[in-house]
Design a protein around this ligand. Structure first.
Ligand SMILES: Cc1cc2nc3c(=O)[nH]c(=O)nc-3n(C[C@H](O)[C@H](O)[C@H](O)COP(=O)(O)O)c2cc1C
Length: 238
C-alpha cells in the first residue's frame, strides 16, 4: 500500500479540496449527520469520498434483548475491539481532511473505530489533519479526549471536533437509547412516549450539520485550519 505523504496547507487556494468521510454507524445516527455535513462541504466545492467501516461479523441493530444490550455496553466499556473488514483502497488516497466519525460506546470510541486505529492508525493518520465527529446521547467528553490522544499518538493533527448529542431530556434519553438498542419502541409507549418522542438526532440538528459542513468547507477552500471554528453550537449540543 502506498505511503501517505505528509499533508501541507501550503498549496494554492484555487485547488479543489478533498475530504474523506471515514465512519462507523450502528443505528444510523452518525450516517445521517455525515450525509448532511457532506452536503455542506459540497456547497463549498469540496470533493467528498465516503468509507463506511464494516465489522467482519456484522452487528445487528437492534441487538434484540436486554441481556445482549448489557453485554454490548460491558464489552464496549472494556474497549473490546470489533474487528472490521479491510477498508476500500480509497482509504489511502491523498485528502486534505479526514473526518473520522462514529458513536460513543460506553464513554469510548466504538469497537470498529478502535480496531481501525489499532490496525491502520499510524500509516493512515500520520501527518494528516483529522476532525472527529461524535454522535452520542450526551456523554462524549471522555470519548473525545481518548480519541484525540490515540490520533495524536498516530501522528495526526486534530484541530477541532464536531459533537452532536440527542436532544431528548434526561432521564428519558438514557432509558430511550437502552430500550431502542434492546429492540423496544419507547416512543410508542404510553408512559415513556410522553417524554421521549424520538430516538437520535433531530431534523434541526441535521440542518445544523449541513451548516457546519459548509463552514468547514469554506476553511478548506481558503486553505485555513478549522481550529478556530466554533463547532459546539447550542443546536448540536442542546
Ligand atoms: C453499546 C452502546 C453504548 C453507548 N454508550 C454511550 C455513552 O457512553 N454515552 C453516550 O452519550 N451515548 C452512548 N450510546 C448512544 C450512542 O452513542 C448514540 O445512540 C449514537 O447516536 C448512535 O450513533 P450510530 O447510530 O451512528 O451508531 C451508546 C450506544 C451503544 C450501542
Amino acid at each position: 500500500m502506498p505511503d501517505n505523504p505528509a499533508h501541507t496547507n501550503s498549496e494554492p487556494t484555487g485547488k479543489k479540496r478533498r475530504a474523506l468521510l471515514l465512519y462507523y454507524s450502528f443505528s444510523g445516527q452518525t450516517s445521517g449527520l455525515l450525509n448532511h455535513l457532506a452536503s455542506g462541504l459540497k456547497e463549498e466545492g469540496v470533493k467528498i469520498s465516503f468509507i463506511r467501516l464494516r465489522p467482519a461479523s456484522p452487528l445487528r441493530f437492534p441487538v434484540g434483548s436486554f441481556f445482549a444490550t448489557f453485554r454490548m455496553m460491558l464489552t464496549s466499556s472494556l474497549r473490546w475491539r470489533v474487528a472490521i473488514k479491510e477498508p476500500e483502497p480509497e482509504l489511502w488516497a491523498d485528502n486534505d481532511l479526514i473526518i473520522l466519525a462514529g458513536p460513543t460506546w460506553s464513554y469510548n470510541p466504538s469497537g470498529p473505530i478502535l480496531d481501525l486505529i489499532d490496525r491502520f492508525g499510524p500509516r493512515l493518520f500520520k501527518g494528516r489533519t483529522v476532525l472527529p465527529l461524535i454522535s452520542c446521547r450526551g456523554y462524549w467528553r471522555l470519548h473525545w479526549l481518548g480519541l484525540k490522544r490515540l490520533l495524536e499518538k498516530c501522528g495526526a493533527d486534530v484541530p477541532n471536533r464536531i459533537v452532536f448529542s440527542h436532544p431528548s431530556p434526561e432521564p428519558w434519553r438514557t432509558l430511550g437509547v437502552f430500550l431502542k438498542i434492546a429492540g423496544k419502541a419507547p416512543e410508542r409507549s404510553k408512559l415513556i412516549g410522553r417524554y421521549y418522542q424520538r430516538y437520535g438526532h433531530s431534523r434541526q440538528q441535521l440542518r445544523e450539520a449541513e451548516k457546519l459542513g459548509a463552514a468547514i468547507g469554506a476553511c478548506l477552500r481558503k486553505g485555513e485550519s478549522p481550529a478556530a471554528l466554533d463547532l459546539l453550537t447550542p443546536i448540536a449540543l442542546p
